[in-house]
Design a binder for this molecule. Structure first.
Ligand SMILES: [Zn+2]
Length: 255
């Protein structure tokens, strides 16, 4: 009897120790639900903080762009104001406990597309999710934000048609974002998605274009991906139709 109990205990212990340790990225909701106009913030600040200390997202009613850096959440709103947010709700956000696997430096002037190519060369593969932080000097940064929406919520493709765009020259700041594999288009934004926050904490938003002069690019690969589904009527009654690749590219990049 005693021996069999010991055996069970040993099996349990060895079973646990053989479990693979994973490095998790967590998101609340998905980009297709946001595209469909699901802007109610079903996730709390406590939820989002529990998912990591670096990431991006948006706020209740689509009220501006979210940047989390070193565990602090910033809102870059449609009036080009930046403020620290402590109490908020979010309809969509992606976060990671940031533990860089590697850092490389940029010493030449690169456009956003050239910066993406430089990061490409440092990805271990293209089928994992990577959290990315770029601290640098920029000769130009162009961002957008979006104003809070009223019900009935228009789809995101309509909202971005009138999105305010802001530009700054010669600015120091941080790009925060993710690389997401192509197979996951619609669950998140496939490819690169960056938000910007100035070092002075007075300028930020969803990046449309930039020119980096110099900087340090830190990459952190996740091998586990958690998706927390919204618990509200809008999500429950959604038919789950995807907007498709073209619509996602239209809302995420410069037209
Ligand atoms: Zn964005």
């Amino acid at each position: 009897m005693r021996l069999s109990l010991l055996l069970v205990a040993l099996v349990l212990v060895s079973g646990c120790s053989s479990m693979r340790k994973t490095d998790v990225v967590t998101q609340g909701s998905m980009i297709n639900a946001l595209l469909a106009g699901q802007y109610d913030g079903t996730f709390t600040d406590r939820d989002v903080s529990g998912w990591g200390d670096l990431g991006i997202g948006t706020f209740d009613r689509l009220d501006g762009e979210m940047i989390m850096l070193d565990g602090r959440v910033y809102q870059a709103n449609a009036k080009s104001e930046v403020r620290v947010m402590t109490r908020y709700r979010a309809p969509f956000a992606t976060m990671k406990k940031f533990k860089p696997d590697g850092v490389f430096s940029v010493h030449a002037k690169l456009t956003l597309e050239e910066l993406k190519s430089a990061v490409d060369a440092h990805l271990a593969d293209r089928n994992h999710v990577y959290a990315i932080r770029v601290k640098g000097r920029f000769s130009a940064v162009s961002v957008r934000s979006v104003p809070p929406q009223q019900k009935p919520y228009p789809p995101l493709t309509e909202v971005v048609k009138t999105q305010p765009v802001f530009e700054r020259k010669d600015i120091s700041g941080v790009l925060v974002g993710f690389f997401v594999p192509q197979y996951a288009q619609g669950m998140n934004v496939a490819g690169y998605h960056f938000h910007f926050l100035s070092d002075a904490r007075d300028f930020g938003g969803h990046v449309l274009a930039l020119e980096i002069v110099s900087g340090d690019v830190a990459l952190d690969r996740a091998d586990e991906w958690r998706i927390i589904l919204p618990d509200d009527e809008a999500f429950a009654s959604w038919h789950g139709e995807g907007e498709g690749d073209a619509a996602i590219k239209a809302v995420e990049s410069r037209k």
